[in-house]
Design a protein around this ligand. Structure first.
Ligand code: URA
Length: 435
């Protein structure tokens, strides 16, 4: 294999043969191909795209660059969910215990936030003692004991993707459908889940800005999963506005707990239930959507879903008391309410800008090595359609200093747009795509 010939081929829009592509990925993952050649290749893919055959081979090669997990001995169907990421997207946190409490095992490998989108692992680390890095053996033990476990990507799981993702992040090559599809699917296939539900976000606060791009990405990932014998389906969901009434780390765990107690905002509750129902039906743990929704609602009402969350936290070394006493999590000492400049209806909230404020408060990272402040964020955020009077709060800012709390008040007021008539209702779930 001569790497520059492969790069030139892709640059000129030709198709790379499967053996050449496998060798290329394998050389990169073993350190025999330098970053500059892989970066040039990623940029060529960004501009010229890939055939489905190429995306499949690339996914398979990245999946095989490390260990693959096998859950067949669990004696239960396995299902996972992957979201392409958005502002206020805490769905994985109530979803994993909820689905697990209704009969499927959920081995979930999640990521950290980078930039303005928060990460499930960072949110979970608001729980005192919760460890997100477990050995594969411990991961299996937690899954056997509680039915669900949420951990971070280990070094030996799809290491070629780990290396390539970090490179793409700094070379302007993240928003490419073949590269995103192969990156996500290589990790999910290595994780060994039998069924996978994708939550592909589109809109201002997402990688995919349009519904059509989101559908193309979803169809590509579904086809990859199918070609490897997995059951995959996708919901295309709106990410023009944040999900729920909280953005941050502790505050999003608090909202997740409310969902498990049958409370919390409708958008988060409905999306959690829809994704959980999809996981149960896809994996065969429920015979129909109706049966799944009924089982999920019963699990919430009986307290079983919340109890499963507490047991998962405890198995990860965390303090399970937070499920009934969320005040045990860190919280910034200073708050500032953001008054509405006028009366009216909430027409929309700029998800991007909301994410930026939380990042600047210290709740997100500017670079991978930054540490984050779990206690800061936004809560009591108004949602589209709410009626509000002048001077009433649009949201509450939680900060670790009095200066920070005050500093963002006027900027925060600008991210909410108001109108005189009730706006059209927000549709969260835009499409469902099945195999
Ligand atoms: N998430 C991933 O894991 N990979 C991508 O390329 C984009 C989002």
């Amino acid at each position: 294999m001569v790497p520059q010939w492969i790069i030139e081929k892709k640059r000129d829009g030709a198709e790379i043969g499967p053996e050449e592509l496998r060798e290329f990925i394998s050389a990169y993952s073993q350190g025999d191909l330098p970053d500059y050649q892989m970066a040039a290749f990623a940029m060529a893919v960004y501009f010229k795209g890939m055939s489905f055959e190429e995306v499949s081979v690339m996914t398979d090669a990245m999946m095989r660059s490390g260990r693959t997990l096998d859950w067949s001995s669990l004696g239960k169907p396995t299902a996972d969910k992957h979201s392409t990421g958005g502002i206020g997207d805490k769905i994985s946190i109530p979803l994993a215990p909820l689905a697990a409490s209704c009969g499927c095992a959920v081995p979930m490998i999640s990521g950290r936030g980078l930039g303005i989108t928060g990460g499930t692992l960072d949110k979970l680390e608001s729980i005192p003692g919760y460890s997100t890095s477990l050995s594969p053996e411990k991961f299996r033990g937690v899954l056997e004991k509680t039915g669900c476990s949420i951990i971070g990507q280990t070094d030996d799981l799809a290491p070629a993707d780990k290396k390539l993702y970090a490179l793409r992040d700094v070379t302007g090559t993240v928003p490419s459908i073949p590269l995103i599809a192969s990156s996500i699917m290589s990790k999910k296939l290595a994780e060994g889940t039998g069924s996978l539900v994708l939550d592909v976000k589109c809109g201002r606060g997402a990688f995919m800005k349009t519904r059509d791009e989101a559908k193309t990405l979803a169809r590509t990932m579904i086809a990859i999963g199918k070609s490897m014998g997995r059951r995959v389906s996708a919901l295309i969901t709106d990410m023009n506005e944040p999900l729920g009434k909280t953005i941050g780390n502790t505050v999003e765990i608090e909202e997740s707990i409310r969902i498990l107690h049958g409370e919390g905002p409708d958008d988060v509750r409905n999306l959690t239930l829809e994704l959980a129902a999809e996981m149960l039906t896809l994996s065969g743990a429920a015979a129909s959507r109706e049966e799944a929704v009924s089982a999920l609602e019963k699990s919430i009402a009986s307290g079983r879903a919340a109890d499963t969350f507490a047991r998962m936290i405890e198995a990860h070394g965390g303090d399970p008391r937070i499920v009934s006493r969320p005040g045990l999590m860190p919280r910034g000492r200073f708050t500032a309410d953001v008054p509405s400049p006028r009366s009216g209806f909430v027409a929309g909230i700029d998800a991007d800008a909301a994410g930026r404020i939380v990042l600047l408060l210290g709740g997100g990272r500017r670079k991978v090595t930054d540490s984050i402040d779990h206690g800061v964020g936004i809560e009591q955020l108004v949602q589209r359609g709410e009626k509000i009077s002048e001077g009433e709060p649009l949201m509450r800012i939680i900060a670790s200093t009095a200066e920070d709390a005050q500093h963002f008040v006027s900027e925060a007021a600008r991210i909410v747009s108001l109108c005189d008539e009730p706006p059209p209702e927000r549709r969260i779930i835009l499409d469902r795509i099945a195999q």
